[in-house]
Design a protein around this ligand. Structure first.
Ligand code: NAD
Length: 496
């Protein structure tokens, strides 16, 4: 059986002392194994990145950006293969994988603007014959730790920007779907990257802790669940590293009484069930304002869900695929059970979908639950499955209080035709990414991505302009070249 290894200093390497199974989630079978890096292997990757840093730091940004121009072309050329790797290990349908890859490539396109993005700030004559400027210098070796649900896109949120800013990088992808990261790393070398600038180590907590403890690693970008994000942020900060750690979510959509309900339903279908709900921006809670809106939403949604098809990734007619593991399937089903036993109504039940030919796959069908309340476990916790819960309230204020009181604050949306309500909502909602009649308000690559509250630990969001700040440190230089006749005498106070 294939063992997926690491890519260190531009070379494939394997330490197979410890391995872990990688499943095909559609069949439930073990398809491959992944090497779980030891501390020594991770240290080797850090050393390779450290050795590559001085030359890469001094490579002009224009030349660094040229590697990214080549890289974009290669990612596009190999898109089918990348989508197949994603589908085989993650399970998402090929059209969805293509969308993920496209969003990732948009970050490479943004990184191509490095010379412009790193220009810095200049002020002439801040004092007599004195000029001052700020420049943005790279940090050194930086690390990325990524989740299973976007094996191409989330790593691409991180390393293209980190690398064009002049840093070298060690990526620790999810051990549950590791092949995509290795393949896109190979393409980056084919694009012309010097050895050691980008390294991939597969592994678990041992690899992560090594990255968090090693003094040579100057910054850590993390995306994953909230408990791990909090752990990473505290440990990285305690070890003096810069850290941004993006966590889990519970994204609500407010459905106002004046909303176009047919549009709401068609928007919510993809936002709730696309990628089996395994998206940190998945819309998992619809908050209906008023009885009429709630009844219309539930009835129309239940009808619209009937034709949805769950199945294997290569069949384009499927709407979404399996969830990632058997344990995760059990967890999702457990949340549906608990909502039911705590008093909610399962209107459309996806607990036992029949997927012909894939009886052992980790499938959960699209599920709709009505009458959910804020006390229920299924409301409080992230389900990360194809489950849409409906909470009913009487007023928009009540709906906003519900959202603002939730521990997560990643994304949210309001469906309405009332501009005044929408503006009030976007002004006062305690969430980082807000949609107005847009159910998945994922910022484009030239903005930045991040939630509020316990959906993000740290100050700067991922990718876009915030990434330039995260992956560089500001240095401000003040310069005077004294010439004969303008020399100043000594001074013991600030000039006034
Ligand atoms: P996860 O937290 O289990 O794993 C993420 C990474 O952390 C993996 O690389 C994993 O190997 C590592 N890890 C896991 N346990 C660890 C431990 N005890 N110590 C050190 N490292 C550990 O997350 P996941 O299940 O892969 O991904 C799903 C989660 O990610 C969801 O909660 C989802 O909302 C979140 N997510 C958030 C965003 C965002 O932008 N906010 C984006 C995508 C996914």
């Amino acid at each position: 059986m294939d063992i997926i290894g690491h890519l260190i200093n531009g070379n494939h390497s394997l330490d197979a002392e410890r391995t872990q199974d990688v499943f095909n989630p559609a069949t439930g079978e073990v398809a491959k194994k992944v090497a779980i890096a030891s501390r020594a292997t991770v240290e080797e990757a850090i050393a390779a990145a450290q050795a590559a840093y001085p030359a890469w730091r001094d490579t002009p940004p224009l030349k660094r950006a040229r590697v990214m121009f080549n890289y974009k072309t290669l990612l596009e050329k190999h898109a089918d293969k990348i989508c197949e790797l994603i589908g085989a290990e993650h399970g998402k349908i090929c059209h969805d994988a293509a969308g993920e890859l496209q969003r990732g490539i948009e970050n490479v396109e943004y990184a191509c603007g490095a010379p412009e993005l790193l220009k810095g700030e200049y002020s002439k004559n801040v004092g007599p014959n004195i000029d001052s400027w700020s420049e943005f210098q790279p940090l050194g070796v930086v690390a990325g730790i990524t989740p299973f649900n976007f094996p191409a896109m989330v790593p691409l949120w991180m390393f293209p920007m980190a690398i064009v800013c002049g840093n070298t990088f060690v990526l620790k992808p999810s051990e549950r779907d590791p092949s995509t990261s290795l393949f896109i790393a190979e393409l980056l070398y084919e694009a012309g990257l010097p050895a050691g600038v980008f390294n991939v180590v597969n592994g678990d907590k041992v690899a992560v802790d090594t990255l968090l403890e090693d003094k040579r690693v100057k910054a850590v970008s993390f995306v994953g669940s909230t408990p791990i994000a909090e752990y990473i942020y505290s440990k990285a900060s305690a070890n003096g590293k810069r850290c941004q750690a993006l966590g889990g979510a519970k994204n609500h959509a407010i459905v106002m009484p004046d909303a176009d309900m047919d549009n709401v339903v068609s928007q919510l279908l993809g936002a709730a069930f696309g990628s089996s709900g395994e998206r940190c921006m998945a819309l998992s809670v619809a908050v209906a304002v008023g009885k009429a809106a709630g009844d219309a939403l539930v009835n129309k949604m239940a009808d619209a869900m009937k034709p949805l098809k769950v199945g294997e990734f290569s069949d384009k007619s499927n709407d979404f695929g399996p969830v990632i593991t058997k344990e995760h399937k059990d967890k999702v089903v457990g949340f549906i059970d608990s909502a039911e036993s705590q008093g909610a109504t399962v209107v459309v039940d996806g607990r036992n979908p029949k997927v012909s030919g894939y009886e052992n796959g980790f499938f959960v069908g699209a599920t709709l639950i009505d009458g959910v309340t804020k006390e229920m476990d299924s409301y409080q916790q992230e389900i990360f499955g194809p489950v849409l819960q409906v909470v009913r309230v009487d007023t928009m204020e009540e709906a906003m209080t519900l959202i603002n009181d939730h521990e997560y604050g990643n994304g949210t949306c309001i469906f309405t035709r009332d501009g005044e309500a929408a503006r009030y909502f976007s002004d006062y909602i305690e969430v980082g990414m807000v949609g107005i009649n847009v159910p998945l308000p994922v910022p484009v690559a030239y903005h930045s991505f991040g939630g509020w509250k316990r959906s993000l630990f740290g100050d700067l969001h991922a990718y876009g302009p915030d990434a330039v700040r995260f992956y560089t440190k500001r240095k401000t230089i003040t310069q005077r070249w004294p010439s004969a006749g303008v020399r100043e005498g000594k001074s013991f106070s600030f000039p006034s």
